[in-house]
Ligand binder design. Structure first.
Ligand SMILES: [Zn+2]
Ligand SMILES: [Zn+2]
Length: 54
């Protein structure tokens, strides 16, 4: 089920699309990232930039 995560910020989660409301979070006011993972690791929501290594 889709959820929304504050990646690179406070790590907050919501089941609804919204912006981060955590005071002091560096992503406060930024939209949470949609994610559909089932593992809880939010691997699909991470912003591109990390080099994947296997
Ligand atoms: Zn946040
Ligand atoms: Zn996730």
């Amino acid at each position: 089920m889709q959820h929304f995560v504050c990646i690179d910020g406070c790590g907050g989660e919501s089941s609804n699309p919204k912006v981060c409301e955590t005071e002091g979070c560096k992503r406060e006011g930024e939209p949470l990232i949609p994610c559909t993972c089932e593992s809880g690791l939010h691997e699909g929501a991470k912003e591109k930039g990390d080099t994947e290594q296997e």
